[in-house]
Design a protein around this ligand. Structure first.
Ligand SMILES: NC(=O)CC[C@H](N)C(=O)O
Length: 228
């Protein structure tokens, strides 16, 4: 059972659901406070959850990237540890420079809150061991700033290296190339706007989040075998 740290920032609101979903899928989830300087012993995976860290002031994720725990998360990622950023967590990872691109306000200038379909666009990351290209996952989104952008040269390089992990099957927020999730070059950091932690229980709706969280848990299990 790999140990996965779930970070709470002031204003996070999906940390509890992330813990529940990971435990339902067989991981040991441990809550970590943003002001902690270190990750718990035996941490084999990290989740930066969704929410409104620091009230979304300045720009979503722009203040959270300076939280003390982010030095430990950055070091963990640099050692190859799997890090998953969900929605506000994705925004924080982009602001921290751990993921490419930026998340801008939705093109429609409205908060979007509904189920969307994403298709697997790459299996190059450590999260994708159980994924197949083209597989469709239904997962909810709820965000005001999910409009991912990078310049033309950068996007071509990302596509060529298989860093575009997930793509919406329709335009949801103006995101370039309908990109819903990207990874870093090494493939051990994944950020996505949809919320897999809200899509794991068939009693509550679609279960497209299972493949994403199982990808993290499998990567964390491998990382735990070779401590990072
Ligand atoms: N659910 C979330 O994580 C929302 C992220 C951010 N507060 C936004 O509105 O874009």
């Amino acid at each position: 059972m790999p140990r996965i740290a779930v970070v709470t920032f002031p204003g996070s609101n999906d940390d509890g659901d992330a813990v529940l979903a990971l435990e339902q899928l067989g991981a040991e989830a441990v809550a970590v406070w943003h002001a902690d300087a270190a990750l718990p012993e035996r941490t084999a995976g990290v989740v930066l959850p969704g929410g409104f860290s620091y009230g979304d002031y300045l720009r979503c994720g722009a203040i959270a990237r300076f939280a003390p725990v982010m030095d430990a998360v950055t070091a963990f990622a640099a050692r190859g540890g799997p890090v998953l950023g969900i929605c506000n967590g994705f925004q924080i990872l982009c602001e921290a420079g751990l993921l490419p691109g930026v998340l801008r306000p939705n093109r429609q200038r409205q908060f979007v809150c509904r189920d969307v379909t994403v298709a697997v666009a790459s299996t190059a990351s450590v999260f994708a061991a159980g994924w197949e290209i083209g597989r469709e996952l239904v997962i909810p989104v709820k965000h005001g700033e999910g409009n991912w952008y990078a310049d033309g040269e950068r996007i071509a390089a990302l596509e060529a290296r298989g860093q575009v992990a997930l793509r919406y099957t329709e335009d949801v927020n103006g995101s370039l190339g309908r990109i819903a999730g990207v990874t870093n070059e090494a493939g051990n950091v994944l950020g996505l706007m949809p919320h897999p932690e809200h899509a794991v229980d068939p009693l509550l709706g679609p279960v497209g989040g299972v493949a994403v969280l199982e990808g993290l848990i499998a990567a964390a299990s491998r990382a735990a075998a070779v401590p990072v």
